[in-house]
Design a protein around this ligand. Structure first.
Ligand SMILES: Cc1cc2nc3c(=O)[nH]c(=O)nc-3n(C[C@H](O)[C@H](O)[C@H](O)COP(=O)(O)OP(=O)(O)OC[C@H]3O[C@@H](n4cnc5c(N)ncnc54)[C@H](O)[C@@H]3O)c2cc1C
Length: 443
C-alpha cells in the first residue's frame, strides 16, 4: 500500500499497517519527514490515562467528548469525535510503547481538565512523537520504504477503486501501484490562496504552518469524487510572534502567563478557546498583545528556552522594568499583575472568570513576548467515516482510499481544542493503517 505524507498521521498509518503485515511505500514531498507534526509543541489530549491519575486528575473520554463538541460549536461529526476520545488513551500508550515520553500532563484552552500529554521536561511534543515513529518505521525497514522529495500528484483509479498514485520524484514522474492508498498530507494552512478562497476574512494573514501544508491531498481526493466538509472552518492561533510566524505554545498560558494590551491591562480569559482569544487580541490597539510571565512559568516549561534562544523574549528584573522595555504604562502593568495575583490567591478571577490559574506571577525575572493571531489549523477537509475510509457526496466509501489527520474534516468542527489535533492524527492514522492493511490483504 502507499501512504502520501510522512507527518504524524502518515507514519502512524505506515507503522500500524506494517504491524498488520503490509508492505508500505511512503511518499513525502519535502526533503525531510515530520510535516506540521514536527512543529507541535503543546501536547496530545487523552482522557482517563494513568498519567492523569498519578497526578490526581479525574477525567474521562465522556468529558473529553463534551469539551470537544462544545469547543467546536457542535459542528463536529459526533461519531468521529467519539472515536477520537475513546481511542486517544490507547494512542498515547502506543506511542509510549514505541519510546515516546508523554508522561507530563498540562492544560490547554477549552479543556475542563488537564489532559494534554507531553514529555516530562516540558519540551515540545511533536519532535518526541516523530522520533518514536521514525524509529519504529526504521525498525521495519523490510516493510516500510520512505521516499523523500516525492510529491504525489494524482490518485490512480480503476473500476471506481483507488489503485495507486502518480508522483513527481527526484528523477521525474513515478507511478506507485498499490492495493490501498492512504492520504496523510496534512492541511492547507500554508496555501494563502486556498485559505482566502474558503475564508476570505483571513486573506493576508501569516501562518504557523510548514511550507508543505498546501492542501494537495484535498485537491487530489476531490478529483476522484471525494466529498469535502467544512472547508471554511480555519483556526487562527492567538499567540504567534508578528511577522515571524513562530507560535508561542498555549502551554505558556497553561502554566500561568497572562495577556495584556498596550494599556497594560488584561482583556480576556487567557484560556478561552483560540477563536475567542484571537478575536480579543485583534480588537486591541495595533491588533497585538503581550504575553507576560515570570521565572516560575519559565522554570516549569522547557519549550520557553527555545523562544529565549530564538531571541523572542524580553526580560526584566521587575514588572515595572518589563513595562518600560515594552513601552507600556509601568503603573498600569504593575496594577494588573498585582490584581491577577490577588485572583490567584482568592482562586477566583473576578475580572474575566479564568478557571485555571496555576500560580501568582511573583518570581523575578519577568518576561514578555508580543503576539498576534495567525492561520494555524484547517479544520475542514476530506470527509471520512470512523474506519478512515474516504466518502463520496452520497456517503458511500471510495474503495481502497483512506485518509487521516489534518487532510480530513469534521473532527474539530468550528474550532479545534489545543492538543486534539495530535490525538486525531494518531488515532485515525492507526485506524487507516489497520483498515488499509486489511483491504490490501483481502485483494
Ligand atoms: C506550530 C504548530 C504547533 C502545533 N502544536 C500542536 C499541539 O501542541 N498539539 C496538537 O494537538 N496539535 C498541534 N498542532 C497541530 C498539529 O501539529 C497538526 O494538525 C498535525 O501535526 C497534522 O498532522 P498530519 O500528519 O495530518 O500532517 P503533517 O504533520 O503536516 O504531515 C503531512 C505531510 O504530508 C506532506 N505532503 C503534503 N502534500 C504532499 C504531497 N502531494 N506528496 C507527498 N507529501 C505531501 C507534507 O509535506 C507533510 O510532511 C500544531 C501545529 C503547528 C503548525
Amino acid at each position: 500500500m502507499v501512504v502520501v505524507g510522512a507527518g504524524g498521521a502518515g507514519l502512524a498509518a505506515a507503522v500500524t499497517a506494517a504491524e498488520n503485515g503490509a508492505r508500505v511505500i511512503v511518499v513525502e514531498k519535502m526533503p525531510m519527514i515530520g510535516g506540521n507534526t514536527l512543529r507541535a509543541t503543546g501536547g496530545v489530549n487523552a482522557a482517563g490515562t494513568k498519567y492523569q491519575q498519578a497526578m490526581g486528575i479525574s477525567d474521562s473520554p465522556e468529558i473529553h467528548y463534551q469539551d470537544t463538541m462544545k469547543g467546536g460549536y457542535n459542528k463536529n461529526i459526533p461519531e468521529l469525535v467519539r472515536t477520537m476520545v475513546n481511542e486517544a488513551p490507547k494512542a498515547v500508550d502506543w506511542l509510549i510503547s514505541l519510546g515516546a515520553d508523554l508522561t507530563r500532563v498540562g492544560i490547554s484552552g477549552g479543556s475542563t481538565n488537564a489532559r494534554s500529554h507531553g514529555p516530562k521536561d516540558g519540551s515540545a511534543v511533536g519532535p518526541e512523537i516523530m522520533k518514536a515513529l521514525k524509529a519504529a518505521a526504521d525498525a521495519k525497514k523490510d516493510q516500510i520504504e520512505i521516499l523523500l522529495e516525492t510529491r504525489a500528484t494524482e490518485i490512480l483509479m480503476k473500476d471506481g477503486k483507488a489503485v495507486g498514485i502518480k508522483a513527481q520524484g527526484k528523477n521525474g514522474e513515478i507511478q506507485v501501484n498499490a492495493k490501498a492508498v492512504i492520504l496523510a498530507t496534512g492541511g492547507f494552512g500554508a496555501n494563502p490562496d486556498m485559505v482566502a478562497k474558503y475564508q476570505p476574512r483571513l486573506k493576508g494573514f501569516d501562518t504557523t504552518n510548514q511550507p508543505g501544508a498546501t492542501g494537495d491531498g484535498i485537491t487530489m481526493a476531490q478529483a476522484v469524487g471525494a466529498a469535502l466538509i467544512q472547508m471554511e472552518e480555519i483556526q487562527t492561533h492567538p499567540t504567534v510572534v508578528p511577522k515571524k510566524g513562530i507560535m508561542i505554545t498555549e502551554g505558556v498560558r497553561g502554566e500561568g502567563a497572562i495577556l495584556v494590551n498596550r494599556q497594560g491591562k488584561r482583556f480576556v480569559d487567557e484560556l478561552q478557546t483560540r477563536d475567542v482569544v484571537s478575536e480579543a487580541i485583534l480588537k486591541q490597539e495595533g491588533g497585538t498583545a503581550f504575553l507576560v510571565f515570570d521565572q516560575q512559568v519559565r522554570d516549569n516549561l522547557k519549550a520557553i528556552e527555545t523562544y529565549v534562544k530564538q531571541g523572542l523574549i524580553t526580560e526584566a528584573n521587575s514588572v515595572e522594568e518589563l513595562a518600560k522595555a515594552l513601552k507600556i504604562d509601568e503603573k498600569a502593568l504593575a496594577a494588573t499583575v498585582t490584581a491577577y495575583n490577588g485572583f490567584v490567591k482568592a482562586k477566583k478571577d473576578a475580572e474575566f472568570g479564568r478557571k485555571h490559574m496555576k500560580g501568582a506571577l511573583t518570581k523575578s525575572k519577568f518576561y514578555a513576548v508580543e503576539v498576534t493571531p495567525a492561520v494555524h489549523h484547517t479544520m475542514g477537509g476530506v470527509r471520512i467515516n470512523t474506519r478512515a475510509e474516504v466518502l463520496k457526496e452520497d456517503g458511500t466509501a471510495i474503495p481502497g482510499l483512506f485518509a487521516a489527520g489534518e487532510v480530513t474534516g469534521g473532527v474539530h468542527g468550528g474550532n479545534r481544542l489545543g492538543g486534539n489535533a495530535v490525538a486525531d492524527i494518531i488515532v485515525f492514522g492507526r485506524i487507516a493503517g489497520q483498515n488499509a492493511a486489511a483491504t490490501a490483504k483481502s485483494k
